[in-house]
Structures are given as C-alpha cells and as structure tokens.
Design a protein around this ligand. Sequence first.
Ligand code: PMP
Length: 330
Amino acid sequence: MDYHANILGTIGNTPLVKINRLAEDIPALVLAKIETFNPGNSIKDRMALKMIEDAEKAGKLKPGGTIIEGTSGNTGMGLAIAAAVKGYKCIFTTTDKQSKEKIDALKAFGAEVIVCPTDVEPEDPRSYYSKSFQLEKEIPGSWKANQYDNVSNLIAHYEQTGPEIWEQTGGKVTHFIAGVGTGGTISGVGRFLKEKNPAVKIWGIDTYGSVFKKYKETGIFDKEEIYPYITEGIGEDFLPKCVDFDVIDLFEKVDDKDAALMTREIAIKEGIFVGNSSGAVIAGLRRLKGLLGPEDVVVALFHDHGSRYMGKMFNEDWLREKGFLEAKEG
Ligand code: PMP
C-alpha cells in the first residue's frame, strides 16, 4: 500500500512545467514551479508546517495550544491545515478588506477569524496587527507564528523548495524569479541555489507602492514609495527580517493592471490556473527577457491558486471597475 500518514505528507514535491506560448519570444527555457499542488493550494503550506514544527521543538507550542497569526490568506490556510491534523486551535486576525470567501475558507478548517478595521495605523490597538499581539499576551498556551520575522519561513524554502528546484533542473537552473512578500521564498531558495552555484541569478518581483526595489538599489527606506495597491501577496511597506537583500540580484516592479491581465493570460494561454503574484512574475520576466540567452534555464515561482481570485482578476465586472478592461459598448 502506498499512502501518507496524514495530509501533511503531501506538502512539497510540486511539479515544474514548461511555459510555452507566453515564453515564445523569450530566448531561455522558462519553467514554472507550480505550488498550487500543495494541499492548501499554495506554497505557504511548506513554511506554515515548518514554523509549527520548529515551535514545537523549541517548546513554544505545546499539545492543545493555540496558534495565532495576523493573516487572511495562504499562510492562514497552511497553519489551519497543520493545526487540524495536530489538534491545535487557530485564531487569525484579518482586515475588513478581505473577501468573505477567504475568511470562510479558514473557518472551514475550524479556525476562528477576528475581523479588524483596515483604515487604522498598525500601532492602533484595533488593527489586525496589534490585535494578534494582544491575543498572544492574553491567551495561555498561545504562540504567534509571526511569518515576517520567523526564520523558519526562510529555512523551509532553503531545505525544501530550493533543493527541489536544483534536482528537478539537474543543476541547470540559471535564474530564479519570484514575487517577494515576507521574503521567505526568494531568500530561502536563493540562498540554497547560490550555495550550489554562485552564478545563479535571483530576481525579485515587487509592486508599485512597495519599498523593496528602491531599498535594494539605494539602501534608502523611502516612505514616498508607499501607497495602496491591488496586487496581493507581494510588496511591503516595511522591511521584513526574512528578506535577504544580499541574495537578491535585482528587483523589477509590475503594476496592478499588468499583473492582473497576465494572471488571466496564464490560464488562457498555458492552461495553468494561478493567482495574482504569478501573473506579476511572468509580466516581470517578460520585461527582463533582454538579459536572457538560449542557454539559460529560468524557474518562475507560481505561489497560489486562481480560485482565490474569482471575485477579482477572473471577474470581468471587477476588471472593468478597476479600469483594467475597456467598458463594453451599450
Ligand atoms: N504570492 C502570494 C500569493 C503570497 O501569498 C505570498 C506570501 N505573502 C507571496 C507571493 C510572497 O511570498 P513570500 O512571503 O515567501 O515572499
């Protein structure tokens, strides 16, 4: 018999798939690492499990304990799945701008979700950020995962995602390109690949409204760079500890419209149904294609599944409302 002891055994070992029609004019071989094959449909299952296992080992999380995190997205899903298997309680704080579907998906795994106002400063006690720290203080036996500063996030990708890419390409990978949020994915994978071959280039995708690109290029944390944007999962208004700027060779910024429309193109032209940051990655890669040659092997990371974006880029009314599609006549 061939089976896993529980669903957590199915995390990782995701496929690498060639990008064809969208890479016709790119001189290199372009391969997508499709993380939707994880049980929570995103790469975040890997780091969620790793953060929990490391907290268990360190004695920070004990049987019957409560996992707390400020999240509504993929990290919450990964934590909720592992918590269901391991018997922990989960409490997530999120903002009122998140879709009901996302919140309901976390509740489906037995998690409690506390919705906080969006339009308050992070330091305000009502913010989803402050609320998660307050809960950690108040609830006995609780542990806050803290994905932005928790190095287990980065280590998960150093130990798993990086080695998988190295093996799947037979060591031929020359470029790795991924969206950057907490920085765990790019820093962990990048560190591993550069240890194997220092010539491998690591390219980060950032958004307009985020500080990463300017910080990498100038060393300046420029508050002028910060403004609201639509693209989900990538870009930040602060510098998370998990972003290792030394490992990243360059950042490219992609705007909301290009990311949204390319997300749709990936489904239409490649038959791969993935989320908003995957669109940003392919749009950014297409802009950087002048740096590539026929010998190059690019691995592009697809973080999550398209089903999370049905009310957004896969909805024509939403696209029109945002001005991303021309309004139909009549
Ligand atoms: N894309 C999506 C959809 C995400 O949820 C995240 C995580 N914030 C990222 C990209 C960026 O990954 P990381 O946090 O590892 O930098």
